[in-house]
Design a protein around this ligand. Structure first.
Ligand code: ZN
Length: 541
């Protein structure tokens, strides 16, 4: 029979069908990119038993004409790809996914399988329930992406930090930069371009043609940088993305995991690099408070945000925190995150937290970090004098710490939910239940010591060199020649270079130098052992 793969995106279908055909599997898709005649030809091939796999979007699956069509041949399996799209707790929620079960329920004897690379426990429960898989076996492989090096830095001058990171660590290599807004994507991309880096923006505000072109260019070229909103990514299966940088906080831990997971799919070392600041934390808290939805929805979102902020402020291994979020216990240290590479100093901040919180209380929970810090360090600004805040007990009570440290204290209090952000007319920090337990000395507080920011100088370097260490110059030259050959072939065949061979394969060829078919086959067998978890098994092997 024919396996029906339900897939959310045209680009994703095209990539996968292309890769399957390259590996000798007769696969097809039917979507709006085909003309009527082309679609009819595909249908003919499927009905006559010439195809094994058919890709289709959930919307089309539900149409009457498609229903009639699939009655004409035996269906072997329904595979629901990107199955996390059924869950409204995820960030890729697609309402059409909810109706999939209705359709495939009329095939009680046909097995169904749901696949996803990103789902926490809540989302997994949703997948099981919405796709009626209660009695199905679950296979959960490790979430660990061992070749990705995680790093979170304090935002200082974000553009410059990004530029230095790319120039110092990934010159000439492909990467993705995530930002929150379309405008920012355009701005950052053109700024990088001015600085001589090959960068493009990508977001939902661009016309579809430009989007497709840019996505294609990113896949086919070797060293492009895409500056994108979350609109970019699903279905991007480029194996040699060497870094994913976040200039703004992602929407959640799942989003972070999924976005950073686009780096290093070839198993070679890659960087997940992020900068964030107090302003980001405040923005996220506000966004959450203003979000619509019922209490249960908000509560879950709240927990998700807390997990994300906790990850940013983590003093211990980041990999442990990240995997812990997905319910996996990781034996830290991993040695390949910034916290493991360089231990983070923590300090007892209970007294500082009490001073910071009582300053919030005494000023009526109406001010932000800048004003509160001025009070604590005893800075007689015009505003302080006007509001008579110099008469408060808090005035000058925090002279022992620098303004920078106070900002760090407020950021970490917010991140830990020991402060909230008021929204509405009076914006400012507010106290929470947790704040009161700190003020009543029921709770000890530990803060991470922010590393000093040194510009244009790498504070920490966690990535090892991932450029191949060839035995000799000949091998290096051979590798370059093979790369050129691969590029020629890929242009001829109209597929991205990695569909032909991964860098890793070329490296092995350059090192082992097979001279006949037998040796060549052996060298391929040698490298085909899995190097990464099976969840990213969308790559052609
Ligand atoms: Zn670690």
């Amino acid at each position: 029979g024919v396996g029906i793969v339900i897939s959310p995106l045209i680009a994703l279908m095209q990539d996968q069908v292309g890769a399957l055909r390259q590996s000798g599997v007769s696969a097809e898709f039917i979507n709006s990119s085909l003309s009527r005649e082309e679609a009819q030809l595909v249908e003919k091939r499927v009905v006559s038993g010439k195809s094994d796999i058919l890709y289709v979007a959930p919307e089309r699956l539900q149409t009457d004409s498609f229903q009639r069509f699939i009655r004409k041949f035996p269906v072997a399996v329904f595979a629901i790809d990107e199955a996390h799209c059924v869950s409204q707790w995820g960030h890729d929620f697609r309402p059409e996914y909810l109706k999939i079960a209705e359709v495939i329920d009329s095939y009680p004897k046909v097995p169904r399988v749901a696949l996803t690379a990103t789902a926490d426990a809540v989302t997994r429960r949703d997948i099981v329930e919405k796709l009626k898989l209660e009695r199905a076996a679950q296979f959960v492989s490790s979430f660990d992406r061992a070749n990705i090096h995680y790093r979170v830095l304090l935002k200082n001058k974000d553009k410059q930090q990004l530029h230095d990171f790319i120039r110092n660590e990934h010159p000439g290599e492909p990467g993705i930069v995530y930002v929150r807004t379309r405008r920012r994507a355009d701005q950052i991309a053109s700024w990088l371009k001015e600085k001589g880096l090959p960068a493009f923006s990508y977001h939902a505000g661009l016309d579809p043609h430009t989007r497709t072109e840019r996505q294609k260019q990113f896949l086919h070229d070797d060293g492009l940088i895409i500056v994108a909103t979350i609109a970019f990514g699903m279905g991007i299966d480029k194996p040699d993305v060497r870094f994913v940088a976040h200039l703004d906080l992602p929407a959640s831990m799942e989003a972070y995991y999924q976005e950073t997971g686009r780096a290093g799919r070839d198993g070679q070392p890659a960087d997940a690099w992020m900068v964030y600041s107090l302003a980001d934390v405040v923005a996220m808290r506000k966004l959450l408070d203003q979000s619509e939805g019922d209490e249960a929805f908000k509560r879950i979102q709240q927990r998700k945000l807390e997990a994300l902020l906790g990850y940013c402020e983590a003093v211990e291994c980041r990999r442990e925190a990240l995997l812990g979020y997905f319910g996996e216990t990781y034996p830290a240290p991993c040695r390949t995150c910034d916290n493991c590479a360089q231990s983070v100093e923590a300090w007892d901040g209970t007294i500082a937290a009490q001073k910071a919180l009582s300053c919030v209380y005494r000023t009526g929970q109406r001010f932000g970090a800048a004003h509160l810090t001025d009070i604590l360090i005893g800075n007689s600004t015009e505003r302080i004098l006007r509001l008579r805040h110099d008469r408060l007990k808090s005035f000058g009570a925090g002279k022992d710490l620098s303004p920078k440290v106070w900002r760090s204290v407020y950021r970490q209090l917010l991140a830990a939910g020991m402060l909230s952000v008021n929204v509405g007319k009076i914006s400012g920090y507010g106290l929470t239940e947790k704040s009161w337990s700190v003020l009543r000395s029921e709770r000890k507080v530990r803060f991470r010591k922010d590393p000093r920011l040194i510009r244009n100088k790498k504070v920490i370097k966690v990535s090892p060199k991932h450029k191949p260490d060839f035995l000799d110059d000949d091998a290096r030259q051979l590798f370059e020649k093979l790369r050129h050959l691969r590029l020629d072939l890929s242009k001829k065949l109209g597929v991205p270079p990695f569909v032909i061979f991964h860098d890793k394969t070329l490296m092995e060829m350059a090192a082992l130098r097979p001279t006949n078919r037998g040796e060549f086959l052996l060298s391929l067998i040698h490298i085909s052992e899995p190097t990464r978890p099976s969840k990213s098994s969308r790559m052609p092997s």
